[in-house]
Structure formats: structure tokens, C-alpha cells
Design a protein around this ligand. Structure first.
Ligand SMILES: Nc1ncnc2c1ncn2[C@@H]1O[C@H](COP(=O)(O)OP(=O)(O)OP(=O)(O)O)[C@@H](O)[C@H]1O
Length: 452
């Protein structure tokens, strides 16, 4: 018999596969549509370094585990999850997966078979808790996927986001020593983008803890909810090499939520001194050019006449808090918006997330001062692969244009597709506006083959 906490401090260690830190660095941008969904108390304005964040989690774990004892057979089972036994099969063959870690994909594999399996066993030994690391989780109404939502007895407790060793190294090196103001814009430097995304993942799911990791290195993020000054706290980067601290921190965060034990607070004061990060050179127009998050903006009157603004923010949130994106019509857009669009300020409210297709995200929407519902198909270009989605949306629009010509010339009399009311583009975003085919598309699967 041994004390579970002492056992973990001594044994919860994993191999340190050789990380390839020189690969190209690539991180998906933040979705401004999703930023619009954040509620005030979950939308931090600052990210602040907390040098003792990891120790706070380790102390919480120690308090929670207390004098829990581990029976000898459980101890033997758990030992197989950690160094040195995890590196070899029962018959002594070396597991080559632990040799090197070149990429994000490998990081995920190592997390799956290493830390996450061990957390599952520890939670079972400690309190017969069921643990699941649900992969590729999409938040309610959102579209970005966090790599893992860790669940205990079916409830979400913390997030884990896998990164490549090269991204972790770069972010670890450039973590601001004190803190920064968080900016909700696209095209930011890697460290700003990663911190904003961590806050976005947590805020959308209304959760406190997110662990960024490539298995070798870890950064802990904590979203501190507050009506006036919500903020994100981040730890310095820590290594798993010959250290059980990352494992203790993750288990501490999970158990703090399971057992509702508060972790010593992270501090932030609105007048504290912050760091400035020099942004990397960005090509093209500044992303802010098309975004309005309450600050003054100017659009030419011609743009105002033909353009559109779009948001996923709630109409109940204060105007200054709403996140609007300015859109202009595609150059070949000859389709007219519905009559109701011209009643108000040419603003489109995305009111309900319908689903994701192979092209983009589909939202139910309505125009200012109107109750009529429409569909907006939205493509945001957040990573290189999204350029293909944008192309698909353009092709889809070409089909609607061809159909419109056929209707107008009398070649086609019946509408054979939802009516399209135009295509618009902004900085990194394209939007198609369509009729809402309520019921019909949703019941597509129930139609017989001839009906389809
Ligand atoms: N005009 C519409 N009215 C109502 N729901 C729609 C409309 N267009 C799309 N949807 C819904 O939005 C979701 C995604 O649709 P979308 O057409 O983008 O993708 P898809 O059906 O997977 O096809 P594709 O491969 O063409 O992208 C589906 O659930 C679909 O029923």
C-alpha cells in the first residue's frame, strides 16, 4: 500500500520522445463568427502570466487526494502506465512510438496512449470515475474543434489542445513575461493567436482549464470568469522530461472541477503593466479593416448602399460588445436582397447554427427589423485548406447565377433549388444568402429515392 499522491509525484512520468522543433509553424486562425458568440463574462480582454499556476494545481491535487491509499495490485497496474514500463511491451519489446515526436499528429497519438490513458486509470482508482477524452469537440453553435474535451462521468471538465513541438517551442519562447491585451482579430502573431484561441475555446464552452501540449511541453491556461474583467491566465511552458508535474497539474485541474475544490486564484488588475508584442509583418489590408467591435469605423456611402454587415452576436448584448463584419457584394453579384433586408440597416443576424457542410457553416439568419428567416452559408478562411471551401462557395454561387438567368428567360419555370439572394465577401469571409428550406432539407434522409 502507498499514498496515491506520493506515488504520482514519484512515478507519473513519461518518455521524452525527441521533438522535431524545426518544422514549419502553422496554426489555424480564430473565427470572428465564433468570437461574436462569446458572452461578456466569458470574453477576456487580457491574458496574464501566472508563474505559479502549475504549482497551484499541484497543491490542489495534493489537498484532494489527501491520504488516499493505493492497494498493491492497483499500484502495479498503474506502474505499467508510467516510465519505465510504458516504453516496453509485457515481453520487453520497445515501443518505437516513444522515440520521436515530429508533428501534431504524433503528439495526439502520444497523448492518447500516455497521459490520457493514465489519467483514466488514476480516476478509476481514486473514485471509480469514468473518464473519456472526447476528440475533436465542436462547441455549441461553434465550428472550431478543440482536440479533446475531457469528461468525467459524462460531464465536461477540462480541454486539451494538441500542438506540434515546433509550435510549442515557438509559443513557449515568446510567451509575454507579464501579460498582453487580447485582441479579437485575425492575422495576429502566433503567440497572440494561440492565447486568443485558448480563450475562445474556453469561453465558448464556459470552462476554466485548457492544456496546450505536444506531450513533451505543456502550457496551462485558465479562463477566469468575471462580469467586468474576465481574463486568461497562462503558465510558463513546462517539460514532461523527468517530471510528473504536467500530469499532476492536469489531474489537479480535472479533480478540482469534479470535487468543486477551488484552485488558488490567479491575479489580475486592470492597471497592471502589460507587455507589447511586435506583430509579424502581415500582407494585405489589416484584418481590422473589415471588423467592427464597437470601435469607430468608416465605410464609403457606396459600400453602405451595396454592402452588408453580419454578426453572430446576440441582439440582447450591448451594441458596443457586438462583433460585426463588413461585407461587400461579389463583383458578379446581380441578385437582389429580399425586400425585408432594405427596411433596416442592412445588417444580418446569424441567429442559429444549422450545421456544417463540405463547403462551410450554415446559419439561420434574419435581417434587421424583420422576422423573416433565411439561410447564410459562411466560409471563413482560417487556414490554407479553407481556400478550397471558398472556391466551392464561388462555384455554388455560379450555379445560382445560371439558374437565375434560366428563371428570368423562362427556360426554367419552377425553382429547383433554394433561391439565392446574393453573395458577399469581407476580409477572410464569404457569405451566400439563401431561402430557408425549413423541413425539406432536414427531412431529406426520410425521402424515398424517387422523391429525391
Ligand atoms: N437553404 C437551406 N435551408 C435549410 N437548411 C439548409 C439550407 N442549406 C443547407 N442547409 C442545412 O445545412 C447543413 C449543411 O448544408 P450544406 O448544403 O452546406 O452541406 P451538405 O448538405 O453537407 O452538402 P454539400 O456537400 O453540398 O456541402 C445541412 O444540415 C442542410 O440541411
Amino acid at each position: 500500500m502507498s499514498n496515491l499522491h506520493d506515488f504520482l509525484v514519484k512515478h507519473a512520468k513519461f518518455p521524452f520522445p525527441q521533438p522535431d522543433e524545426d518544422r514549419s509553424i502553422d496554426a489555424t486562425d480564430i473565427s470572428l463568427i465564433e468570437v461574436g458568440l462569446l458572452e461578456r463574462e466569458w470574453k477576456p480582454n487580457h491574458a496574464v502570466r501566472d508563474n505559479t499556476l502549475v504549482q497551484k494545481l499541484c497543491s490542489t491535487l495534493e489537498n484532494i487526494l489527501g491520504d488516499t491509499f493505493l492497494a498493491a495490485d492497483a499500484e502495479n497496474q498503474l506502474l505499467a502506465r508510467f516510465l519505465p514500463r510504458i516504453q516496453r511491451s509485457a515481453r520487453g519489446r520497445e515501443d518505437l512510438d516513444w522515440r520521436d515526436n515530429p508533428s501534431e499528429r504524433t503528439s495526439q497519438k502520444l497523448l492518447d496512449k500516455g497521459v490520457l490513458e493514465a489519467i483514466a486509470d488514476c480516476l478509476w482508482e481514486y473514485g471509480a470515475y469514468d473518464f473519456l477524452a472526447a476528440a475533436e469537440n465542436v462547441a455549441d453553435r461553434g465550428s472550431s474543434k478543440v482536440d479533446y474535451v475531457v469528461q468525467v462521468d459524462g460531464e465536461d471538465k477540462a480541454l486539451v489542445e494538441a500542438k506540434s513541438p515546433s509550435v510549442m517551442k515557438k509559443v513557449g519562447e515568446s510567451l509575454p513575461p507579464r501579460g498582453v491585451e487580447l485582441t479579437w482579430a485575425r492575422g495576429q502573431s502566433l503567440v497572440r493567436r494561440i492565447l486568443a484561441k485558448a480563450a475562445l475555446y474556453l469561453g465558448l464552452r464556459r470552462m476554466e482549464w485548457l492544456f496546450l501540449t505536444c506531450h513533451n511541453y505543456w502550457i496551462v491556461c485558465r479562463l477566469v470568469r468575471d462580469d467586468d474583467h474576465p481574463f486568461l491566465a497562462y503558465s510558463p511552458i513546462i517539460s514532461i522530461e523527468d517530471s510528473s508535474v504536467p500530469f499532476q497539474a492536469l489531474l489537479g485541474a480535472i479533480l478540482s472541477i469534479v470535487k468543486t475544490v477551488s484552485v488558488e486564484p490567479s491575479e489580475f488588475s486592470p492597471d497592471m503593466e502589460l507587455d507589447t508584442i511586435v506583430e509579424e509583418q502581415d500582407e494585405g489590408p489589416l484584418p481590422e479593416d473589415d471588423i467592427d467591435n464597437g470601435t469607430a469605423y468608416s465605410v464609403s456611402s457606396e459600400e453602405e448602399m451595396s454592402g452588408l454587415m453580419v454578426t453572430s452576436s446576440s441582439q440582447n448584448s450591448p451594441e458596443s460588445f457586438q462583433v460585426w463584419m463588413h461585407l461587400r457584394p461579389f463583383s458578379d453579384n446581380m441578385l437582389a436582397l429580399p425586400q425585408c433586408a432594405t427596411n433596416g440597416k442592412r445588417r444580418l443576424w446569424l441567429t442559429r447554427f444549422v450545421g456544417s457542410g463540405s463547403t462551410g457553416n450554415v446559419w439561420q439568419c434574419r435581417f434587421d427589423d424583420s422576422v423573416d428567416l433565411f439561410i447564410a452559408k459562411v466560409v471563413e478562411v482560417l487556414r490554407p485548406a479553407d481556400a478550397d471551401n471558398r472556391k466551392r462557395l464561388h462555384n455554388e454561387f455560379d450555379v445560382y447565377l445560371t439558374l437565375e438567368k434560366a428563371y428570368q428567360s423562362g427556360q426554367l419555370r419552377d425553382h429547383i433549388a433554394p433561391r439565392c439572394y446574393g453573395a458577399f465577401e469581407g476580409d477572410g469571409v464569404d457569405v451566400l444568402i439563401l431561402d430557408l428550406c425549413d423541413g425539406v432539407l432536414n427531412e431529406w434522409g426520410e425521402l424515398s429515392d424517387p422523391e429525391k
